[in-house]
Design a protein around this ligand. Structure first.
Ligand code: SF4
Length: 490
């Protein structure tokens, strides 16, 4: 494989005018990649073996997407990916710092690999949001000697050079860029699935919700140009992709930094024209930025799925103020009402934080009230976890942990009841499912998602991963639907 065969080079896009800047340092990343690939070829010629890597991915879809880039680079450099539980020469950790317990788990996993690294000569590469925090890098330097390379979210593209540096010097490499400049295009990708794909449209976040570390570790908003996004989606469609999920911390801000208005809605209309793509999803939408033109686009574009993830975080306007969310409970409820009026069969999901500092019983009741009024089809519910470096971490926690746990239990019980109740509407109906393949829990049955993003487990013959199936729902449960007798639609 010749990675220069298309005259390919990584391209840095200027965020203001999207003018192309051919960055010399980006171009050289290809040369580093080629050198590592040559080292791997020599190793294979000598031993008849191939160097292997495996990945441990934490956190959100942005990390899943970044991990596809890392896997793409390693594959181009001649490494072979193996499953998570197999022996490998390089173990990649794509880390997340959104919640404290995720960080603790990651330290635990890295520590547990000390023996494997020593025995087999394997080493760890740590990247992702957690590595953007200097205290984390210091801790890794001191306490986790099996981590040989650390890189941040802004310099993923430098990975071939960092890997080459470590392989040739055997000296540990720590390189974390503080800021991202524009958007780097044309990085290699090794996609997990052929039938569905994540497509980044905007990186970073400008919102600074008081509890959130993301703007501190992923930087300010940088939109990809619409031409680049559409070119990527066309190429995916040509390769057999049927469903795309547009990704951003706040997709509703897409284009603001390019001086464009309503670019996200325009993007949805443009994707509607791409042959082969049959479903479009997006996440995440900030309620303060969800415009009327976006609701129109969701209604008018038949490919846009009738599912919206719209994080509320709290139902109390007072707590929303402390969270710096910049909307009120009433704004959120009005918005939902408007969306439901335009798209009556829409399924709305959300994120909710319980126990934000100073949350009173009355505040929590407001959250329960929103949950009852909206009728979320499901919700990601979390107990508040302070993140170092965020304004909320300085707020005093006045609610006892036992009261927070009790609120969390009440919320999850209520949401489970509502999810189950809403899912009942599917019983006896036939739904379109995009099949993801055999279920992990029971390989004898198939699993997939409806347009409303409900998980369906069903019993059927002769249907392959990546096909659409018509499935009759025989029983609705809170977190999944049980179906029978799917028939291929194609
Ligand atoms: S919108 Fe708020 S919660 Fe979401 S990534 Fe940005 S700062 Fe974090």
């Amino acid at each position: 494989m010749d990675i220069k065969k298309d005259g390919g080079k990584y391209v840095l896009k200027n965020k203001k005018n999207a003018a192309l800047q051919t960055a010399e340092n980006m171009r050289s990343d290809f040369e580093w990649a080629e050198q590592v690939r040559n080292m791997n070829m020599e190793y294979t010629l000598k031993t008849g073996k191939t160097k292997k890597f495996r990945m441990d991915i934490f956190g959100c879809q942005m990390n899943e997407r970044d991990s596809e880039t890392i896997a793409g680079m390693l594959t181009e450099m001649g490494f072979e990916e193996v499953p998570k539980d197999s022996a490998a020469d390089i173990i990649i950790f794509v880390t997340c710092c959104v919640r404290e317990n995720a960080e603790e788990r990651i330290y635990g996993h890295i520590g547990a690999l000390a023996h494997e690294c020593e025995e087999n000569g394997a080493f760890i590469v740590a990247c992702g949001c957690m590595m953007q925090q200097p205290h984390v890098v210091e801790k890794i330097k001191k306490s986790y000697r099996n981590v040989k390379i650390v890189l941040g979210t802004h310099n993923i593209h430098t990975f071939p050079e960092l890997l080459h540096r470590y392989l040739t010097t055997k000296k540990r490499v720590f390189e974390v860029w503080e800021k991202g400049e524009g958007v780097i295009e044309d990085l290699p990708t090794k996609r997990k699935d052929r039938h569905k794909a994540w497509v980044n449209i905007i990186l970073g976040c400008n919102n600074f919700c008081s509890y959130c570390i993301v703007p501190h570790v992923r930087g300010r908003e940088r939109s990809r140009s619409m031409a680049d996004v559409l070119a990527e989606i066309k190429a995916l469609a040509e390769d057999g992709c049927k469903e795309i999920t547009l990704l951003g911390q706040n997709v509703n801000s897409y284009g603001n930094d390019l001086g464009e208005k309503d670019l996200f809605a325009r993007l949805l209309y443009a994707i509607e024209e791409i042959e082969g793509i049959q479903r479009v999803r997006f996440m995440t939408s900030h309620p303060k930025d969800l415009s009327g033109s976006l609701i129109d686009a969701m209604k008018n574009c038949k490919k846009v799925c009738n599912h919206l993830h719209l994080p509320i975080q709290s139902g109390s306007t007072r707590i929303l103020g402390l969270m710096n969310r910049k909307y009120t409970k009433e704004h959120y409820l009005n918005l939902v009402e408007r969306i439901k009026a335009e798209i009556p069969d829409i399924a709305i999901t959300t994120d909710i934080i319980v126990g934000f500092p100073g949350e009173t019983e009355e505040d929590f009741e407001e959250t329960l009230d929103v949950v009852r009024k909206v009728g979320f089809s499901s919700a990601f519910m979390f107990i508040y976890s302070p993140r170092k470096g965020t304004p909320a971490a300085k707020l005093e926690q006045t609610t006892p942990p036992a009261a927070i746990s009790q609120r969390f239990r009440r919320l999850t019980e209520l949401q489970t009841e509502i999810s189950e109740e809403l899912a009942k509407r599917f019983e006896g109906k036939t739904v379109e499912v995009l099949v993801d393949g055999p279920s992990k829990q029971n390989p004898d049955i198939l699993t997939g998602r409806t347009r409303t993003n409900h998980l369906v487990n069903f019993d059927a013959q002769g249907i392959e991963k990546g096909e659409f199936a018509d499935v009759k729902i025989i029983q609705a449960r809170a977190f999944w639907l049980e179906g029978k007798g799917g028939t291929g639609l194609e």
